[in-house]
Design a protein around this ligand. Structure first.
Ligand SMILES: *Cc1c(COP(=O)(O)O)cnc(C)c1O
Length: 404
């Protein structure tokens, strides 16, 4: 693979990337697209400062959640009108779990993954705390598998498509089918999927899905999340956060809640419009991008990095934690090393930005929109150098910040 036959090479110029930085942390916070500042200037000066309240209509701020939802739906294989951008992933997981339990009123078990991103688990615990009849079963506790836990009491199963630590990828279509055979509702967390992997929610017959927009979709810090609901559930989109944005007639100001038809029912209250405008600009980058090409290039980049690192760093105690086979992982490589924290700090000091996850994991995310094979080669070389010279042993690399 050479850089010249990278079908996505033209996308790189669409992002701000500081000189000397190789950014392998787009799985945590995507970089800023170059058209964002211009759109933000318009949003602030023309729409907010000048248009004031008229911008809800004139700039169609009101329509942003559905408009952005449709653009994301295209990237994750959803139909028009099946996805909205709103709230946070954590809040949307709460809505999705509650909705799933409502779809299966005669069942009371929710299955989640012990090793999932903690917020997924915390939210499931919170739901069980306020709905005393709901019980949690966790994949991974005592070695339990999904097969062990699925039975006719299970209402909902919440799974992460790509594991946030190891990058391991689950078989969405196959597992959704299995969950349906057991009569349960399948909810997929796409935080490490959207923007870098061409999932087909409709084709896989997924019931509900949620995900972030500030990771591989590059929406910016704190950009609102998305929630997807398959059309076949649109008659029953009951959610607990029945705010006025989800009302059938929000400006009738009626005393009783009546859900809006369709996906709008999953909205709650006033949305962060400025963040949504930034996300809207960031999504422009994807307009002419073929997600299958993104996936092919993503596999090539992670394979190149894993191969180079394992060839030159295994002797220094680095272990590959991600699946060996590119088809079995998302767009990240996780490496284990007992001094992973210090090594990552030394890497960041040298301009190779990844992140660290407890207990000993160095995470590297690869977005083919702005990364090319040459970046991967340089990053692997710097990592090798840091290990060979034991540069990471310097005192400053042991200091911990609030955010890792
Ligand atoms: C990043 C991430 C989240 C983040 O949730 P927020 O509510 O946006 O803070 C949730 N779940 C997974 C799997 C993630 O990777």
């Amino acid at each position: 693979m050479t850089d010249s036959n990278d079908p996505l090479a033209h996308c790189r110029g669409r992002f701000f990337l500081p000189e000397g930085v190789i950014y392998l942390d787009g799985n945590s916070l995507g970089p800023m697209a170059k058209n964002v500042p211009g759109v933000m200037k318009t949003a602030i000066e023309d729409e907010w400062a000048t248009g004031l309240i008229t911008s809800w209509n004139k700039a169609d701020w009101w329509g942003l959640p559905l408009r952005l939802g449709d653009r994301i739906a295209r990237l994750i294989g959803g139909d028009e009108g099946t996805c909205v951008v709103t709230d946070t992933t954590s809040i949307n997981i709460f809505k999705a779990l509650n909705l799933a339990c409502n779809l299966r009123p005669d069942r009371n078990i929710v299955i989640a993954e012990q090793d999932s991103f903690p917020t997924d688990l915390y939210i499931a615990q919170g739901l069980a705390d306020i709905n005393r009849h709901i019980e949690l079963r966790l994949i991974g506790v005592g070695g339990a598998t999904l097969d062990d836990l699925l039975d006719d009491k299970v209402a909902a199963v919440l799974l992460s498509h790509v594991d946030y630590r190891t990058g391991a990828l689950l078989d969405m279509a196959g597992l959704t089918q299995k969950i349906h055979q057991a009569g349960a509702v399948a909810i997929w967390d796409l935080c490490h999927t959207a923007g870098v992997f061409p999932v087909d929610l409709q084709g896989a017959n997924v019931d509900l899905a949620v995900g972030c927009t500030y990771k591989y979709l590059n929406g910016g810090p704190g950009a609102p999340a998305f929630i997807y609901a398959n059309k076949r559930h649109h008659q029953n989109l009951v959610q607990p956060l029945t705010g006025w944005w989800g009302h059938a007639e929000p400006f009738a100001f009626k005393p009783d809640f009546a859900a809006a038809p369709g996906i709008r029912a999953l909205l709650c209250g006033t949305q962060p419009i400025l963040s949504m405008r930034a996300l809207e600009a960031a999504l422009d980058v994807f307009d002419d991008v073929d997600m299958r090409a993104v996936r092919e290039q993503s596999k090539a980049l992670t394979t190149l990095f894993a191969d180079l690192v394992m060839a030159s760093c295994a002797d220094y105690g680095v272990k590959l934690l991600s699946p060996q086979n590119a088809a079995a992982r998302g767009s990240q490589i996780a490496l284990a090393h007992e001094n992973g924290f210090q090594i990552m700090q030394a890497l960041i000091a040298r301009g190779v930005i990844g992140d660290f996850r407890q207990p000993n994991i160095m995470r590297f995310g690869f977005s083919p929109l702005y990364l090319q094979p040459e970046d991967v080669r340089i990053a692997a070389k710097i990592l090798t150098d840091i290990l060979a010279t034991r540069e990471w042993e310097q005192e400053i690399y042991s200091q911990r910040n609030a955010v890792t």
